[in-house]
Design a protein around this ligand. Sequence first.
Ligand code: UDP
Length: 315
Amino acid sequence: MRIVITGGAGFLGSHLADRLLADGHSIVAVDNLITGNLDNIAHLRERSDFEYRQQDITVPFDLDGQVDLVLNFASPASPIDYLKLPLETLKVGSLGTTNALDLAHRKGARFLTASTSEIYGDPLEHPQRESYYGNVDTIGPRSVYDEAKRYSEAVTMAYNRYQHLDTRIVRIFNTYGERMRLEDGRVVPNFIAQALRQEPLTVYGDGAQTRSFCYVSDLVDGIVRLAMLPRSDDSKNPVNIGNPREMTILEFAQFINALTDNPSGIIYKADERIKGDPQTRRPDISRARALLGWEPRVPLEEGLRRTINYFETRV
Ligand code: UDP
């Protein structure tokens, strides 16, 4: 297949490119580099089955030649990024997704969009199943991301219903691994950078909030399975992909300090980001198991060791 990946120079986009090239497909990576980084795809640039196109997808765009699949992964994705880039985030989820859908429609391609566990907001159902409608604040600081992604699901379903496009929606839970930006502000790069510098880890709030962390190769495997699934009545419906192993942020900090032999402990920080911070998050992955035969395989300790190795040379 010839596959377009929007956000192709980003954390997830570049890992998807690696995996799909290894599977024998060819890739067109599209990125405007506001949070993507050419370093993530530098090792692919010389390949004849890989093309890179610098393009802001919030502006209508076209590509020459056949396209079989569009993977829509362009968006700022860390809270710090989308709070710094609120309008860009709203635009890429809405206009960007629509332009990517139009490309898929013109080319007769399948379309898969990266949605998020933020669809569930600060959830009142736990763990979260795809059938849960969510508890989302439409005007809070996170709303620029959450509402953009909710819109992106709505417009994707509209193209499915009214343009008969073959569409997929993956709801991605917290994911970590190599190529996350050290300064993206998320808990994994923050904690690892602090631990490697032997500084105390900054736990926001009381650390009782929970997250469930999935290693990037597991996530990519789930996404590829969903993208390659034959079309059926059910293939258009959202699928959670994430690791159901849940822990408090305080436990997570202690885990990283133990892995890195960081003697500096933990400090509690009243970060302004804590407003609207979901208190619990864990995917129910029954649907991914049944539909895709997927479940995560990489244990947290192993995934974190690989990620720590990656950050070691960059801190
Ligand atoms: N967090 C933290 N210290 C940090 C960065 C994040 O305690 O230095 C917390 C944050 O408040 C949230 C959790 O870790 O409860 C996950 O934050 P992240 O930004 O990674 O992603 P989110 O799941 O909130 O989108």
